[in-house]
Design a protein. Structure first.
Length: 229
């Protein structure tokens, strides 16, 4: 079954992190390598969700992610750029102290956006923009957001097919191309995946010029870990 592309305009900041880094995923020339031991280079010294790479092809990785907590906001919008701008401001206020404990919370990576299909051709798309909760708060629990539009959620362990790309991936055409290429590769390899949603993961602020990293994720439909934990 073919993936139905969603008409979204993307300014992506979103993504994740494996426990080991192989030669194929070393940073490009000029990229910062100031990262914790065991974290992928593209996390740039920030906490990232942990995963294992269980399969690698020329077109994608198969990643098994550990369960983890995120702080999220749901947004309806015609374009990703509008959704991400609105949600990012609110999420940043949360980590800057707009929470029940008035606690400053470190920034993490990636900024992850879940994108769901609109109910019709002239309807808004559904976006869920999320910040990963730092490891220091994963067990003890992050403080409750002051903003009622934000919420904490526990994501189960899950398996994703992940395509990666450097440079700036900021427009809907570029993102659609990435999702289409990934879905075509999965169809070729007879992989079963969720077709109603996809995720965009961005790891970089707009001002970072070199060493940029962007990802799109499709969830494995036959994932035995997802939704069971």
């Amino acid at each position: 079954m073919k993936w139905s592309l969603l008409p979204v305009a993307l300014l992506a900041l979103i993504g994740a992190a494996p426990r080991t880094v192989d030669a194929a995923r070393l940073p490009p020339s000029g990229a910062s390598l100031q990262v914790p031991v065991g974290a992928p280079w593209f996390c740039h010294n920030l906490d990232c969700p942990k995963f294992d790479v269980v399969e690698t092809t020329d077109d994608y990785e198969v990643r098994e992610y550990e369960a983890g907590s995120w702080v999220s906001m749901d947004v309806e919008a015609y374009a990703y750029a509008l959704a991400i701008n609105k949600a990012f401001q609110q999420l940043y206020q949360y980590i800057d102290g707009a929470n029940a404990d008035a606690t400053k919370i470190p920034m993490t990576a990636p900024v992850r956006t879940k994108i769901s299909a609109a109910s019709g051709p002239f309807c808004k798309n559904n976006f869920t923009v999320s910040f990963f909760v730092p490891f220091a708060f994963q067990k003890k629990g992050a403080p409750k957001p002051n903003n009622p539009d934000l919420y904490l959620e526990d994501a189960p362990a899950s398996t994703f097919y992940v395509a990666q790309k450097g440079g700036y991936v900021m427009d809907d055409w570029s993102v659609q191309k990435m999702v289409k290429a990934l879905s075509d590769a999965l169809e070729r390899d007879e992989k079963d995946y969720e077709t109603e949603v996809f995720y965009v993961a961005g790891y970089d602020p707009p001002f970072r010029i070199t060493g940029r990293h962007n990802e799109v994720w499709l969830e494995a439909k036959d994932d035995k870990l997802s939704k069971q934990q």
